[in-house]
Design a protein. Structure first.
Length: 621
């Protein structure tokens, strides 16, 4: 792994770091079929993979949902070379993108820290079709400079001018849910959270495929509590692009109390107290870690948490059975005889029912389902082969959607079975059955359902094809009601974030006057990310094995006396030379770092031509 060395000259013994030399360009193009639209072009924060990429650029694309089953793409391209960006854009968009990229590349973009803005002015470089919304921005959780953090920004939709305070309250609640004691808690020092308010003319979000007059046009395609789409995707893209380094992941927050959301280039969610945090955690897992699903019935299974076969699993270093890491990994024995997504509005005493077949060779079974609009158990009967199954709605869920499991430690018999859902209260006019699934498992010797066990668990896509995941149900990428990632995804989260964040926040230098004798002291100090012993929440991270290791070198020779110190002090007369500071972060949450993302290095040149003593003599200190 190559670690970039940034050479800093100590002119006047104050470190001067030119960020323009260390920051690549990032180009965003929105492509819908053959039609390309320019989104933004600006200096971006580092991406460690770019430093060793033989092509001189890296690129990826994300989806912009335009319907339940349709989407366009946003292409991201990073490079230090303007010509490479131009060539990539030309190959991607042979019909052009409506403006001269070479001119755009020379435009100076806003790159300052976030502050409160009522309106952004970008007329000198924005294409006429891209309109930047007015944004009123407040910090929800600011841990450091946006140039060296991953910034998540909540954008307001369906909040009127009079609901501004409600928006910031909703956004802060969601940010705190993500980062306090669960999910993103341990990586919180790498993140900034912001709220960006744009007033809407109407309150709430649209339903039945009809958006309201809101800032981003969020709406539900039908009456079901499912995806929430944006009618004004360009506004969402423009809002994030207008913030430069200050927006890495956009979250469009809809003013609605019930379940809904969808992921992609931006994440749309609602302010549902029960489901807003669940949907947000799950969708950000897709976006930041770049993984597919773990639940059954999806269509995209990829990333650190998925494998097409047991010999190809990528989490052997997390396996609970150490012997399995050196040999064949056993697939836990399970099967899915039923998978259905009815998304149906229920009518009283008109059962929704479905039949499925069992081989009768599995020891246990589980019925999974999700529903909404039914706050009381007495209003719904669930039957398996005519026998009532006991269930209880989540306390306080009201008419919002929730996911339920009914586990039975007994086998299903060989043959045909039937599941029925019967609504018993005609007043429940919003009752909806969303999903139904039946899973069967082997006995304790064939299938381990211990939440802490890591192995190879089958996952079944919508065509019932099998891939494998690390745990039974210990990850929020499978169990959306869980607040935590599994260890495999959490490791992936660290590695993804640290691809864009440097462990060394800044470097400072100073001259220290002599307490006795004639010689001054030159001091170089590293300001590291607030991890391990530098965490600001009163926690040292020792329970997770967090620690920094710091090595200082002069002319390639290790300075043992300064081991694991964040400051280097040397006599002024002996100071001139080339110094290297190497930093490594360690945590139990990362067991494999093949690309060296938990490492950083800086090189410093101390100039002998202008010593501390000489500057003091001239009265410059």
């Amino acid at each position: 792994m190559k670690i970039a060395a940034v050479v800093l000259a100590l002119a006047g013994f104050a470190l001067a770091q030119s960020d323009s030399d260390n920051r690549p360009y990032e180009l965003l193009i929105h492509k819908d079929g053959p039609v390309c639209s320019f989104v933004s072009l600006q200096k971006s924060q580092i991406h460690k993979d770019l430093l060793s990429n033989p092509n001189g650029r890296i690129s990826w694309k994300t989806r912009v949902p335009t319907g339940e089953n349709s989407a366009s793409d946003v292409h991201h391209v990073l490079s230090y070379d303007k010509d490479l960006l131009d060539a990539h854009a030309e190959s991607l968009c042979p019909l052009g993108i409506g403006r001269d990229l070479r001119t755009s590349l020379d435009i100076h973009r806003y790159a300052g820290s976030q502050q409160v803005f009522k309106q952004f002015e970008h007329a000198d470089h924005d294409p006429p079709s891209l309109k930047y919304p007015p944004l009123d921005i407040e910090a929800l959780g600011d841990t450091g400079p946006s140039s060296n953090r991953v910034d998540l920004v909540f954008f307001a939709d369906g909040y009127t001018t009079g609901e501004r305070d409600k928006f910031f309250s909703d956004a802060k609640r969601l940010a705190e849910d993500l980062s306090s004691n669960q999910t993103f808690y341990t990586v919180k020092p790498l993140l900034n959270f912001w709220g960006a308010f744009t007033p809407s003319k109407e309150s709430g979000i649209g339903v039945g495929g009809k958006p309201k007059d809101t800032a981003f046009g969020l709406y539900r395609d039908g009456p079901e509590l499912r995806g929430v789409l944006a009618n004004k995707s360009d506004a969402a893209l423009a809002g994030c692009a207008s913030l430069g380094d200050g927006c890495d992941y956009a979250i469009v927050l809809g003013n609605d109390p019930l379940y809904g959301g969808i992921g992609g280039e931006y994440t749309s969610i609602t302010a549902s107290e029960a489901n807003g945090p669940l949907v947000l955690r799950h969708e950000l897992g897709h976006s930041i870690i770049d993984v597919g699903e773990e639940y059954d019935g999806g269509y995209a299974y990829f990333g650190v948490n998925a494998a097409p076969s047991t010999p190809s699993i990528g989490w052997s270093h997390w396996l609970s059975d150490p012997d399995a890491a050196n040999g064949p990994v056993r697939a836990e024995r399970s099967v899915m005889p039923l998978q259905a997504y009815p998304w149906t509005m229920m009518k009283a005493y008109e059962p929704w029912k479905v039949k499925f077949n069992s081989s009768g060779t599995y020891a246990r079974h589980l019925i999974k389902f999700s529903l909404s609009g039914i706050p009381e158990a007495k209003d719904l009967d669930i039957l398996l082969d005519g026998k009532h199954l006991k269930w209880s709605p989540k306390p306080g869920i009201g008419i919002d959607r929730w996911h339920y499991d009914i586990y039975n430690d007994i086998p299903l018999s060989d043959g045909t079975h039937e599941v029925q859902f019967v609504l018993k209260n005609s007043d429940r006019t919003t009752a909806q059955l969303c999903s139904v699934e039946v899973l069967e498992f082997g006995d304790e010797k064939e299938f381990v359902n211990d939440p802490s066990y890591y192995g190879a668990f089958p996952t079944f896509d919508l065509d019932n094809k099998t891939t494998y995941r690390p745990t039974y149900n210990s990850c929020l990428m499978r169990m959306v009601t869980s607040p935590d990632f599994c260890s495999v995804c959490l490791e992936g989260l660290w590695l993804s974030l640290l691809a864009r964040v440097d462990l060394i926040d800044s470097v400072s230098a100073s001259c220290v006057p002599p307490s006795w004798g004639p010689d001054w002291t030159r001091s170089i100090s590293l300001d590291l990310l607030p991890l391990a012993q530098f965490r600001e929440d009163g926690q040292s991270g020792k329970d997770r094995g967090e620690a920094y290791a710091v090595t200082w070198r002069k002319g390639g020779v290790v300075l043992e006396v300064h081991a694991n110190k964040t400051a280097l002090a040397v006599p002024d007369s002996a100071a001139p030379g080339v110094y290297t500071a190497e930093v490594e972060f360690m945590t139990d949450e990362v067991r494999k770092d093949e690309k060296g993302r938990l490492k950083a290095s800086k090189v410093f040149v101390l100039d002998h031509t202008d010593s501390c003593a000489a500057k003091a003599a001239r009265g410059e200190l």
